[in-house]
Design a protein around this ligand. Structure first.
Ligand SMILES: Nc1ncnc2c1ncn2[C@@H]1O[C@H](COP(=O)(O)OP(=O)(O)OP(=O)(O)O)[C@@H](O)[C@H]1O
Length: 278
């Protein structure tokens, strides 16, 4: 973890966004002050249209604020150096088809490297390594378009990891995946975190958010209305009501059976650990 002279952590990404207005006049997000710190997993939660994707797309300058600033690894991002943001902040889209463009899976992962001038044997070695880290080596000759949704998501992730980003952003990483694929993607996200890469993701699955996140940001009407630990967020009924969210199952069970309120279990594993002590 890095620290500045005041002893506070220095963010890897710092976004100030007064507002982002889409061409049709819709304000996607407003008054956003959002930072990503080293070695953390942040989950954005909130109802449909709350602004999660719009915020995420600002983190690698896919979208830019009407007024505001994006700073990545200490560098202010402008029209001229967006490539810095794209490389440092890898983005895995929910709709992987928008990301996978080459004729084969291996070519696709190589494509990202070529954009940064890495070619030949070095590029192939790194691309194969990235595919191996997402358990997708067996897919390297396949046509990306015909892969399953879960496989596409993993290849999108490999295409991002190959560039050694400081932050990986995933928009709804589990959407449309079967339970097995969800577990695989969640496992890979945990591994990325263990390797010291920060992760920011959006999700409608609050069980997943409770399991994976160090910090949960609740969004409503284009704004972050709370940013805190999963315990603080998921035990704040008023906040959840405001954002139209239902607490994760473990929290509802804890309420129903009257678990000691100081324990604040948010995951199934937390509940099991409480029961195994009683
Ligand atoms: N391309 C666009 N043009 C106009 N308005 C848009 C566009 N994309 C998003 N919006 C609007 O911006 C607001 C925020 O949308 P966004 O997609 O960021 O929300 P979200 O929290 O990701 O929603 P969901 O959970 O449904 O994916 C919504 O009002 C949405 O209708």
């Amino acid at each position: 973890m890095t620290a500045d002279h005041s002893g506070e952590r220095t963010p890897l990404v710092d976004l100030q966004c007064e507002a982002h207005t889409y061409p049709d006049g819709t304000v996607g997000i407003h008054e956003i002050d959002f930072s990503v710190y080293p070695n953390e997993v942040v989950a954005l939660v909130g109802g449909n249209g709350a602004g999660k994707s719009t915020l995420l797309e600002h983190l690698n300058a896919t979208l830019v604020p009407d007024e505001g600033e994006l700073i990545v690894d200490g560098t202010a991002i402008t029209e001229d150096n967006k490539a810095h943001a794209r490389k440092a902040v890898g983005f895995v889209f929910q709709d992987a088809d928008t990301q996978l463009v080459a004729p084969t899976v291996l070519d696709d992962v190589l494509f990202g490297l070529q954009n940064y001038g890495i070619t030949g044997e070095e590029a192939e070695r790194r691309a194969r390594e990235a595919l191996a880290t997402v358990d997708a080596s067996h897919l390297e000759d396949r046509i990306p378009h015909y892969l399953s949704g879960g496989e596409k998501r993993l290849i999108g992730l490999a295409g991002v990891l190959v560039l050694n980003p400081s932050v990986v952003v995933l928009d709804e990483p589990l959407a449309g995946l079967d339970p097995e694929r969800s577990r695989l993607v969640a496992k890979r996200i945990r591994q990325i975190h263990q390797e010291g890469i920060s992760v920011v993701l959006s999700t409608h699955d609050l069980e997943f958010a409770a399991e994976i996140a160090d910090r949960v940001c609740v969004m409503a009407d284009g704004n972050i209305i709370e940013s805190d630990t999963p315990q603080a967020v998921f035990y704040d009924d008023e906040l959840l009501n405001k954002a139209n969210l239902r607490p994760p199952t473990a929290v509802r069970i804890a309420h129903d059976i009257g678990v000691d309120s100081t324990a604040q279990p948010v995951t199934e594993a937390d509940l099991v650990s409480i029961f195994s002590k009683t």
